[in-house]
Design a protein around this ligand. Structure first.
Ligand code: PAF
Length: 283
């Protein structure tokens, strides 16, 4: 498997692929790869000749230094997982911070038409400017035909689509279903940091989302929200940060239910100091 750590070499490699008219899929990651990532890569391999997987813990999207420092970095096992998926059609780009940012580790300030102020944007200062900055940079280097993002970070997916639309970038952004463990917990690199008792408790998040979806069929959004808050108030190990029912297009919190609109429920929960997010389509 080819592993690049220098963008100049990767750019030359991509030039070669483009010259041969090969199509290129791209799966951006921060490493600590799991089956959720494999499912994105497998989809990328079905639709493209080659898939580039970037492995880069992007400092500008963290507002919490401790979270950045503790974020798992597992390049050897990541490469082993990728070799299992495909030995010859996956290329890895695992750059240093300097290769991406030079000497100035800072974000561009973006206008994502308000998507950036909702949910994760409220709780993670500057997060989406950091995500926009790294994705723009990676798209410029890799120049993929298609890029694959999981629905688990639904707001991120919407923001990347907005970035592509606003900058007129020639890439198709493909959203992929959330990959869940057998007990329903959405796959996340952060799951590996959960203590056993928190890992055992965490499927409660998706169970609650499923029941919230059922309730939303007949009850008001306010009622569903209050019910969810109550469930977490009673829970000893999981602490609710937010539960929001929002318009799936604008991500604005629902005011009055309309049959014309699609809604999604979004949740963020702390299991000790590990922050987990999830979401579900409601209608
Ligand atoms: O979802 C992630 O892992 C990151 O936000 C991404 C898209 C790789 C950008 O750093």
């Amino acid at each position: 498997m080819i592993i690049f750590d220098d963008k100049i070499d990767l750019i030359a490699f991509v030039d070669g692929l483009k010259f041969k008219q090969k199509t290129l899929g791209f799966v951006p990651t921060m490493g600590a790869l799991h089956e959720g990532h494999s499912s994105l890569i497998t989809k990328g391999l079905e639709e493209n000749n080659v898939v580039v997987v970037s492995i880069f813990v992007n400092p500008t999207q963290f507002d919490n230094t401790e979270d950045l420092v503790k974020y798992p970095r597992t390049l050897d096992s990541d490469v082993a997982l990728l070799e299992n998926v495909s030995e010859d059609k996956i290329v890895v780009y695992a750059p240093t911070v300097e290769d991406i940012y030079g000497d100035e580790v800072s974000s561009i300030s973006f206008d994502f038409d308000g998507l950036e102020y909702e949910m994760e944007g409220k709780f993670r200062d500057g997060h989406f400017d950091g995500v926009g900055t790294i994705i723009k940079r990676l798209f410029e280097i890799i120049r993929p035909d298609r890029a694959y993002f999981g629905d688990k970070d639904f707001q991120q997916l919407m923001i990347v689509k907005k970035l592509v639309e606003k900058l007129g970038l020639p890439v198709t952004v493909v959203g992929c279903d959330i990959f869940r463990a057998a007990d329903g917990l959405a796959m996340s690199s952060r799951n590996m940091r959960l203590k056993p008792e928190h890992r055992a408790a965490a499927p409660f998040i998706f169970q609650t989302l499923k029941t919230a979806k059922e309730k939303f069929g007949t009850k008001s959004a306010k009622h569903v929200r209050e019910w969810v808050i109550e469930q977490f108030e009673r829970h000893h190990l999981l602490e609710l940060e937010y539960f929001i029912i929002a318009d799936a297009k604008t991500l604005q919190t629902i005011k009055r239910k309309s049959n014309q609109k699609s809604y999604r429920a979004f949740i963020a929960v702390y299991a000790s100091d590990i922050r987990l997010i999830d979401n579900i389509a409601l209608n």
